[in-house]
Design a protein around this ligand. Structure first.
Ligand code: IDP
Ligand code: MG
Length: 160
């Protein structure tokens, strides 16, 4: 029995999830990782990392014309972040739901931002917004040898 063949390759997505410096400073790392782990997604990469300014600017380049951009770069580089790759069927949209709305005051209770944050400028966590961006952001934040492809033994108990 080959667990990694349970879902067809096209259905399996990758997303880049990052615990921002406020989440690390506030001691929320374990709680946030647990949400994705308990849901049933597979961790493919994980590191604590002090993000250089250039990488923060590249990651958020679509927002560079926004008035808050300089503060956003200061925020993301203000301390270590936790970089993660997660894999699974529907993981991109599902992770965005677990994370909640960009403005934590609009985020539903039960979501990470809904339960653990109050301001857009300190919203604790990032999640890719499309499968293409998921792949792109994982490649941007991780070197190839920092990622692991592995078969999770729980897969047949998560998917029929
Ligand atoms: P997302 O993180 O929910 O995908 P985006 O609109 O892609 O939201 O914005 C990226 C990040 O930029 C947000 O998570 C937040 O940290 C920051 N940001 C967005 N809008 C504002 C704002 O109006 N003020 C301050 N920071 C903002
Ligand atoms: Mg976004």
């Amino acid at each position: 029995f080959l667990p990694h063949l349970v879902a067809s390759m096209e259905e399996v997505e990758q997303t880049y999830i990052m615990i921002k410096p406020d989440g690390v400073q506030r001691g929320l790392v374990g709680e946030i990782i647990s949400k994705f782990e308990r849901k049933g997604f597979k961790l493919t990469g994980l590191k604590l990392f002090q993000c250089p300014k250039e990488l923060a600017e590249e990651h958020y380049k679509d927002l560079q014309s926004k008035p808050f951009f300089p503060k956003l770069i200061d925020y993301i580089t203000s301390g270590p972040v936790v970089c993660m790759g997660w894999e699974g069927v529907g993981v991109v949209a599902s992770a965005r739901k677990l994370i909640g709305a960009t403005n934590p005051l609009n985020a539903e209770p039960g979501t990470i931002r809904g339960d653990l944050a109050v301001q857009t400028g300190r919203n604790v966590v990032h999640g890719s917004d499309s499968p293409d961006n998921g792949k792109h952001e994982i490649a941007l934040w991780f070197k190839e040898d920092e990622l692991c492809a592995w078969a999770a033994v729980q897969e047949p108990w998560l998917m029929e």
